[in-house]
Ligand binder design. Sequence first.
Ligand code: MG
Length: 397
Amino acid sequence: MRCSVVLVAAGRGSRFGDPRNKVLLRLGGKTVLEHALEPFLSIPEIVEIVVVANAADLEEVAAILTNIAANGKSIKTVAGGPRRLDSVFQGICNTAENELVAIHDAARPLVRRETISRALEAAARSGGAVVAEGAVDTVKRAGDGKFVNLTMPRNEIFLAQTPQVFKRREFAQALERAASGPEDFTDDASVAERAGIAVEIVEGDRENIKITYPGDLERAEEILAVRAGRNPNMKYNETRVGAGYDLHRLAAGRKFILGGVEIGGEFGPLGHSDGDVLLHALADAILGAAGLDDLGTLFPDNDPRYKNASSRALLAECSARARAAGFIVSNADCIVILERPKIAVHRAAIRKSIAEILQIPEHCINVKGKTAEGLGEIGEGRAVEARCSVLLRCVAG
Ligand code: MG
């Protein structure tokens, strides 16, 4: 049976605490959206994919999709609606009249090809199929939110994931009726159930997570590393410590960039790149812990490509190399030794900046400012120094 896919990318990351759409965040070198789409491209029954995006993200989503090897499938982007239901309806209205339609959350980047194929078979057999995972915990119902009035038999409880697959014609009719009403549905199978369509449970797996909270991206990164079997000599969760150090002279007329943040003042660090002493020390600490070459070897200061280079990009590259080697940063503790300006007022912005570059939560980054009490070249305001310690955790093996 030929199948269309509606990939729903119209969410807003309110629970994620990030204003960007979480499906546009990067995971293992590409976006969450690309990961979610890829397994569908190698399934012969799937002939087209319609990605439903927010109006604000349409251009960015379309640009990402132009770089995908479509494997002969049609891929297009359409704008979603205010409710999930409206977005799915917009998607279905833009699909061709194939026998099946599969709805998948673009925020589920780790769905397996085999799971999708099993859902397609079940929907062809039964009319509808939902990928779901059996409950591990016992489920209590409290109608008033306070006292338990029912304990549900655990073997009857399944937690719905996606994809959810349906015979297209019946489901499109049910969806059209639902979309004209005021009610929202948290998943697509509920619309089918309401219309009397049989929905078969297809066993999902624990790795088919939905990227909802910041820690989920880290978990997804771990799962990808384990699947790729990286760093077979390292044990999963093994830790490595790294130390980094850097010093730059200060000169008049240079911008003072520290931790990727401009901190003002009359002087700034001299350097071939932007002279960000903190990001250099941090990058070296990460590279060192991962057993990789140091910053000066990877990005030589006589190479014209790195003239005035943004150290944010250098650190992101070093972090990507550590991740490719199977490591993620557990935490970093940094000391900046500088006479002036005082960095206390910039600490929060610097932590945020570093957390963004490394794609880890802010509470895993600490930055402390010290002075040299007027002694030596730092005390005289002629130099700035940074020292960093990092802990890496192996997510492969
Ligand atoms: Mg440096």
